[in-house]
Ligand binder design. Structure first.
Ligand SMILES: [Zn+2]
Length: 240
């Protein structure tokens, strides 16, 4: 074999290996069901017809409408809030807490939590915990990474601090902003016992998500579902 040919083969093998490593890293970073260390939950294995509604980002002024809608439906949910938005809208945070909902940690500044230092990771989580406690909320605070992304440093922090990473198995408004009917229909079709539904009701463009809420709750209730917070859902897991 010529030296040139051997060199080409070596280069190809290296490039393919690098591509596989990158692909693996990407898959791992985005997985909703697996992380290298600590506990990650995307749904709970149960026959009980229970479901957890979770709302990401904010709080913004739209939290008021969401809380009012949930109140009218007699449903409690879990709000994954960012520390920065909570500090900007303390009244909304207090409103969510006073209404008996659960607050979860969605980092301080909603940046990708991969390839970040341990100090950055710690500060993003702990500043947000502190902002959540400022609302008067005293329950368990689970964690959800922005865009579901995590690799090693973040899961290590969470594992060390005995915190659960919570993702989702139903995401009816993530791909594109569609109409309320489509969002509600997709939710009801995909929910199964123990599901965790991710919704984004907090920004101006998300009127369809806010409008879908009542119909989601009414249809699932008619199907025999009851609504629980994330920590109530976690408590239903088979004993480990
Ligand atoms: Zn988010």
């Amino acid at each position: 074999m010529s030296r040139l040919r051997r060199g080409l083969i070596t280069a190809t093998v290296l490039l393919v290996s690098l591509a596989l490593v990158l692909l693996g890293t990407n898959t791992l970073m985005n997985s909703r069901t697996f992380q290298l260390t600590g506990e990650i939950v995307h749904r709970v294995d149960t026959d009980d017809r229970v479901v957890a509604l979770t709302f990401d980002d904010g709080p913004t002024e739209h939290a008021e409408e969401v809380v009012r809608t949930l109140d009218g439906l007699g449903v409690r949910a879990t709000f994954y809030v960012t520390g920065r938005e909570l500090e900007e809208n303390p009244r909304m945070g207090a409103l969510i807490a006073e209404a008996g909902h659960e607050l979860g940690n969605h980092t301080y500044s909603h940046q990708r939590m991969v390839f970040r230092s341990a100090d950055f990771t710690t500060s993003e989580i702990e500043r947000t915990d502190a902002a959540i406690r400022e609302t008067g909320y005293s329950g368990e605070i689970t964690f959800r990474p922005p865009n579901g992304k995590k690799l090693y440093i973040l899961p290590s922090y969470l594992a060390e601090h005995d915190r659960t990473t919570v993702t989702w198995d139903v995401e009816p408004d993530s791909a594109e902003v569609s109409d309320a009917g489509t969002i509600a229909e997709a939710t009801v079709r995909q929910v199964r016992p123990g599901s965790i539904v991710l919704l984004h009701p907090m920004y101006d463009a998300r009127t369809p998500t806010r409008d879908a809420l009542s119909s989601i709750v009414e249809s699932l209730t008619a199907d025999g579902y009851r609504f629980v917070t994330v920590s109530e859902l976690l408590a239903l897991r088979p004993s480990r």
